[in-house]
Design a protein around this ligand. Structure first.
Ligand SMILES: C[S@@+](CC[C@H](N)C(=O)[O-])C[C@H]1O[C@@H](n2cnc3c(N)ncnc32)[C@H](O)[C@@H]1O
Length: 164
């Protein structure tokens, strides 16, 4: 049973990361430019996308990665950018090839209509925020079309469900 203290701790965690992303939304790309420079080529090399593919970026932040995917693969449709942060989505909205959905992964994938609709789902440095990773992963797999792929990049502990 969840104790009152655990509920408070969870709320506090939620509050602090929400506040964090609110305050860094406009400078996130600048602050992480070195990381992106090293990491983006690896991400792009790991993706096998065709222009007609439908892609979702979960925990898409400011949409920087979505825009890069959209342009690099000359996608015909914008990338679904799923992120609960209003401030991050404000920045993402101005980008080319980003279709912002202001929801958590949990909310987004709870919709039964989100089934077999994506060729690729990516989650870059966001899965550690999932409240219930196993459930989210199950629903991500349900959202994939036959032969679809899920690509996660994150720095998580070896006990995280995403590592098995
Ligand atoms: C470290 S940032 C990564 C942003 C982006 N993927 C990138 O690499 O530039 C993590 C993002 O996950 C989002 N996030 C937090 N909780 C989430 C959840 N439950 N579902 C989806 N995204 C979440 C945050 O709002 C934040 O924008």
């Amino acid at each position: 049973m969840t104790t009152f203290l655990e509920i408070l701790e969870n709320l506090n965690f939620l509050f602090s990361f929400t506040e964090h992303y609110c305050s860094v939304a406009n400078s996130y790309e600048y602050l992480h430019k070195e990381m992106y420079k090293g990491f983006l080529p690896h991400l792009m090399k790991s993706l096998d996308l065709k222009p007609h593919h439908i892609v979702a970026d979960i925990g898409s932040g400011n949409g920087f990665i979505a825009e890069n995917i959209f342009e690099s693969f000359a996608l015909k449709n914008p990338v679904w950018c799923v992120d609960p942060s209003a401030e991050m989505q404000e920045v993402a909205r101005k980008r080319k090839g980003a279709f912002p959905v202001q929801q958590t992964a949990e909310e987004f994938f709870s919709d039964p209509k989100i089934s077999q609709c994506f060729d690729t789902v990516v989650a870059v440095f966001s899965a550690h925020h999932f409240a219930d990773p196993n459930t989210v992963y199950e629903k991500i797999f349900r959202s994939l079309r036959p032969n679809g792929s899920f690509l996660q990049f994150d720095s998580v502990s070896h006990s995280h469900p995403g590592m098995v």
